[in-house]
Design a protein around this ligand. Structure first.
Ligand code: PLP
Length: 408
């Protein structure tokens, strides 16, 4: 019997579409040296200059002249691809230098670079139960999809604790057999709700119950801490975390991911993790660009100060206007809409009518009913850009008859 396979694929997409969360990718081209400006290709016939408000290139390092220069000169010196996996010809001098720099950034013995932050989480968490028989992983319920995927791959016992909830975490740790190996997996900055984990308290619980600690600092590396070593550096907690995971793709403006940890842990992951072993390493030029970016941000605390100032400026404007945003402690400013169809319509209107690009964030990235527009102001978002954004939002909020909070 021949199935009508197409029907199933179509039905799957129709479900997504009927819920109003069918994803449309905006076709843009970023403009070198003019962050956060880009060209939007609306269709084959029209293009328009826009301001990007939702980039994870949080500090504009993907447009930094020195980073661009490092990438170009590495291409000139070493060509394009790396030519293999790390084991087979894919460990270039650029990779070696980058890993040294990342280990130093996090004050760890060693770092290990993966092809993405996603792969770093999936591969590292995925191999933990092979290394630690009988492992129980304690995972924050808001952890990123890549950590969840890694934990599923590990096929060991898992305990999901309530988001940032120390009481729930402790009760789960207490209930587990005292002699079982344990690992607590969590993030520092949660990028959808703009909040930060109680890292010190989680480490205290890890000590009390003899657990390893694994933190995803993807939304913090480059942006927090005196040298950009993340929230753990900012809070003086790097030495209390066993494995720090980060990305080269957000504040560092390139692509790739990594872990930083003690020598023995890193060596075991390097030797065992499938997602590290069986894939071609990042291009030398990418490693060179990331290396330059990490080095620049290590000595550029002023850009981190400006970043926070800009984020606070936007929050202050939202506060004064009574827009329902999540007033967190981070650089991320989520504006709540609470409806997938409206969220998409607002985003469309913003780009079409005002040249403002902010992507709607819908299920499954966030829970249903909490759809939002996630703003990521950077040091390069000027007051004038904020004026334009506010006047656009005022008119849209009225048009869509959305609620505002009472302004005290
Ligand atoms: C983006 C993200 C990742 C994945 O990093 P990439 O380098 O983009 O693959 C991992 N964890 C969190 C929390 C993220 O937001």
């Amino acid at each position: 019997m021949k199935h009508d396979y197409t029907k199933y694929f179509k039905a799957a997409v129709d479900d997504v579409r009927n819920e109003g969360r069918y994803r449309v990718f905006q076709d843009i081209r970023r403009i070198r040296g003019d962050f956060p400006k880009a060209i939007w290709y609306k269709d084959d016939y029209s293009e328009k200059e826009i301001t990007v408000w939702c980039s994870n290139d949080y500090l504009g390092m993907g447009q930094n002249e020195c980073v661009i220069e490092a990438v170009k000169s590495a291409v000139d010196a070493a060509g394009t691809g790396s030519g293999g996996t790390r084991n087979i010809a894919g460990t270039t001098h650029y990779h070696v230098q980058l890993e040294k720099e990342l280990a130093d950034l996090h004050a760890k013995d060693k770092a290990l670079v993966f092809t993405s932050g996603y792969v770093a989480n999936e591969a590292t968490l995925g191999v933990m139960s092979k290394i630690l028989p009988g492992l129980i992983i304690f995972s924050d319920e808001m952890n990123h999809a890549s950590m969840i995927s890694g934990i599923q791959r590990a096929r060991c016992e898992k305990q999901i604790f309530k988001h940032n909830d120390l009481v729930d975490l402790e009760s789960k740790l207490k209930a587990a057999p005292a002699d079982a190996p344990k690992l607590i997996a969590f993030e520092s900055v949660y990028s959808m709700d703009a909040d930060i984990a109680p890292i010190k308290e989680i480490c205290d619980l890890a000590d009390k119950y003899g657990a390893l600690t694994y933190i995803d600092e993807v939304h913090a590396v480059g942006m927090y801490g005196k040298r950009g070593g993340g929230v753990c550096e900012a809070r003086g907690l790097s030495d209390r975390i066993d494995i720090i995971q980060g990305t080269l793709a957000k504040a560092f403006g390139m692509i790739g991911g990594y872990i930083a940890a003690g020598e023995v842990i890193t060596d075991a992951v390097r030797s065992m993790a499938s997602g590290f072993i069986f894939t071609t390493s990042i291009p030398p030029s990418t490693a060179a660009g990331a290396l330059r970016s990490v080095r620049i941000l290590k000595i550029s605390n002023d850009i981190r100060v400006q970043h926070q100032e800009r984020a606070n400026a936007l929050k202050q404007r939202f506060r004064e206007a009574g827009f329902p945003f999540i007033d967190g402690d981070t650089h991320i400013v989520p504006l709540m809409v609470g409806d997938p169809v409206k969220c998409k319509a607002i985003s469309d209107q913003l780009i079409e009518a005002f040249g403002i690009y902010v992507q709607p964030i819908n299920y499954p990235t966030v829970p249903r009913g909490t759809e939002r527009l996630r703003f990521t102001p950077s040091p390069f978002h000027t007051d004038a850009m904020m004026d334009d954004l506010m006047s656009a939002l005022h008119s849209i909020w009225a048009e869509f008859e959305l609620k505002r909070l009472d302004v005290a």
